[in-house]
Design a protein around this ligand. Structure first.
Ligand SMILES: *[C@@H]1O[C@H](CO)[C@@H](O)[C@H](O)[C@H]1NC(C)=O
Ligand SMILES: *[C@@H]1O[C@H](CO)[C@@H](O)[C@H](O)[C@H]1NC(C)=O
Ligand SMILES: *[C@@H]1O[C@H](CO)[C@@H](O)[C@H](O)[C@H]1NC(C)=O
Length: 442
C-alpha cells in the first residue's frame, strides 16, 4: 500500500506534474513505474543469484572432461514406453528431448505438448530453479538445473534459455532428439517489439503512436547493442540459439552458425506451418496423435496484432537479416523434409490433426474459443501477461467434461507457469514478481 500512496502523494505535491497534459503525465508515470520495477526485479535476481549459484558455478567451464562426458542414466529408469500402435513401422517412441524454446514463436504451445508427454510417462525434466527460465539472457549452464548433480541424466529440457550446446549435451543421453522452432523474423520482430518493448529502455525515446514504424525508419539511431534487453529487438533467434546477434552480415561466421544449427538439431519447426511441423515431429519421435494435440496458448488478441505493411515488413526483415538468412535456410530444408515425408501423406495427417484438435475444442472449451483475461473465471487458467497490457488470451474450461477427457482437457489448457508449478517446479522469483505486479496493478 505504502508505495501507491507514496506515488499519489508525490503527484499531489508536484503541481508541475499534474499540470502536464494527460498523455505526458501517463508516460512519466509509466516510466517511473518501469524504473521502480526494474530496480526491484534486478535486486531480486541478484539475491537469487547469490543464493542459488555459488558452489556449482566452479564446474561451469564446459572444457572440463566431465563437461564433455555424457550423463550416465540411472538404473531405475521409468519403464520403456509401449510401442506406439498408431505410428507406422512399430518404432520405439523417443522420450529424450531437448527443445530449444525460442521467443515469440508459438513455443508455449509446444511446451504444453512436452509437459503432457513427460507427465504421462513419468519422465524427468531438467527444470530451472526459482524461475521459469534458465537465467535468460545469460547462457545456459548445467548448474542452473534444479537438483543437478554431476552425471545426472534428464529426459526433457524445454524452458527458455540462451542455448549452450556443450552444457545441454551433457544432461541428456547421447541419442536425445534436439528440436527448435523458428518464425518469419519480420513477424517475430513485430511481436517481440510489442511484447518486450516496454522493458527495452532505448525504445522509451520513441514517442508517438506507431513506435514500431518510427524505429524501423532508422533503427541504428535508436538501437544500442549494449542497452539493457537490447537482444529482444535484433536477430532474437540468432541470440537465443547462442550466437552473436550483432554479427556483421558479411561475416562467413553467419553461414557457419546456420550449418551448425542444422547439424545439432534433428528437426527445426516453423511457426507458420505449425501443423505440418507437428506431423513431422510426431513421425520423428514415433509418438501418437493424441500426444501432439494442442490449443493455441499464449496468443495475442487479434486487435492487438497489427500486421506489418509491405514496406515495414521489408524493413523489419532487413533489420533482422541474420535471422532472415537462418529462416530462409530452414524454410527450404523444412519443405525438403515434407517432400521426403510425402505431400499427400502430409495433407492427410494434417487434416487428421485438425479434426482431432477441433473435436477436443468442442469437448474442453467453454464457449468454444479463447477469451480476454478478464473473462477467465479460474485463476489457474490465467495466462501470464506482458507488462502494461492484458493482451494475451486464455480459456475457460467447460464445467462438465466426461471422465475420459477431463484430465487431458485440463492439461491442454493449463498455462505454462501454472503447469510448471503442477510439475513441482519452485518458482519463487516468478511468483514474487507476479505479486509486485498485482500490487502495482501492472
Ligand atoms: C497394439 O496393437 C496390438 C495388435 O495389433 C495389440 O495387441 C496391442 O494391445 C496394442 N497395444 C496398445 C498399447 O494399444
Ligand atoms: C536411446 O539410448 C538408450 C540408452 O542410452 C536406450 O535405452 C534407448 O532405447 C535409446 N532410444 C532410441 C529411440 O534409440
Ligand atoms: C518458405 O518456403 C515456401 C516453399 O518454398 C515458400 O512458398 C514460402 O514463401 C517460404 N516462406 C518464406 C517466409 O520465405
Amino acid at each position: 500500500m505504502w508505495l501507491s500512496q507514496g506515488e499519489k502523494r508525490g503527484i499531489q505535491t508536484r503541481p508541475e506534474v499534474s499540470e502536464m497534459p494527460l498523455p505526458q503525465k501517463k508516460r512519466w508515470e509509466s516510466m517511473a513505474k518501469g524504473l521502480v520495477l526494474g530496480a526491484l526485479f534486478t535486486s531480486f535476481l541478484l539475491l537469487l543469484y547469490s543464493y542459488a549459484v555459488p558452489p556449482l558455478h566452479t564446474g561451469l567451464a564446459s572444457t572440463t572432461p566431465e563437461g564433455a562426458a555424457p550423463c550416465s542414466p540411472a538404473l531405475s529408469e521409468p519403464e520403456a514406453l509401449t510401442p506406439a500402435n498408431g505410428s507406422a513401422g512399430g518404432c520405439q517412441p523417443r522420450r529424450d528431448i531437448v527443445f530449444m524454446k525460442t521467443h515469440k514463436t508459438a513455443s508455449s504451445t509446444l511446451l504444453n505438448i512436452l509437459f503432457r508427454f513427460g507427465q504421462k510417462h513419468g519422465l524427468k525434466f531438467a527444470f530451472p530453479n526459482g524461475r521459469n527460465d534458465f537465467d535468460y539472457p545469460a547462457f545456459f549452464a548445467r548448474s542452473l538445473v534444479q537438483d543437478y548433480r554431476p552425471g545426472a541424466c534428464f529426459n526433457i529440457i524445454c524452458n527458455h534459455m540462451r542455448f549452450h550446446y556443450d552444457e545441454v549435451r551433457g544432461l541428456v543421453p547421447p541419442n536425445a532428439t534436439f528440436i527448435t522452432v523458428l518464425r518469419d523474423p519480420a513477424r517475430l520482430f513485430e511481436s517481440s517489439f510489442h511484447y518486450f518493448g516496454s522493458v527495452v529502455p532505448f525504445t522509451w525515446k520513441l514517442s508517438g503512436r506507431d513506435k514500431l514504424a518510427k524505429f524501423l525508419q532508422d533503427p541504428d539511431r535508436y538501437y544500442d547493442p549494449h542497452g539493457y534487453n537490447a537482444h529482444y529487438l535484433h536477430n532474437l533467434l540468432f541470440f537465443d540459439l547462442g550466437y552473436d546477434s550483432d554479427l556483421d552480415p558479411g561475416s562467413p561466421q553467419v553461414q557457419e552458425h546456420i550449418l551448425e544449427v542444422e547439424r545439432r538439431f534433428h528437426l527445426v519447426l516453423l511457426q507458420e506451418y505449425f501443423d505440418e511441423s507437428l506431423v513431422l515431429l510426431k513421425d520423428l519421435l514415433c509418438w501418437e496423435l493424441e500426444d501432439v494435440l494442442y490449443f493455441k496458448l499464449n496468443a495475442r488478441r487479434a486487435s492487438a496484432v497489427p500486421r506489418l505493411s509491405g514496406e515495414l515488413y521489408r524493413r523489419a526483415t532487413a533489420w533482422n537479416v541474420l535471422d532472415a538468412r537462418l529462416y530462409r535456410h530452414f524454410n527450404a530444408s523444412f519443405w525438403r523434409k515434407v517432400e521426403a515425408f510425402g505431400r499427400e501423406r502430409m495433407a492427410r495427417e494434417v487434416a487428421a490433426l485438425r479434426r482431432a484438435n477441433e473435436r477436443m475444442r468442442r469437448i474442453c472449451i467453454d464457449g468454444g474459443h479463447a477469451v480476454d483475461a478478464a473473462a477467465i473465471q479460474d485463476s489457474a487458467m490465467q495466462p501470464w501477461q506482458p507488462l502494461g497490457t492484458k493482451s494475451i488470451l486464455g480459456y475457460n474450461l467447460k464445467k462438465s467434461i466426461g471422465r475420459r477427457h477431463a484430465q487431458l482437457c485440463r492439461r491442454m489448457l493449463t498455462p505454462e507457469i501454472q503447469y510448471l508449478m503442477d510439475l513441482g517446479v519452485n518458482l519463487w522469483v516468478t511468483k514474487l514478481w507476479k505479486l509486485i505486479r498485482d500490487f502495482l496493478q501492472w
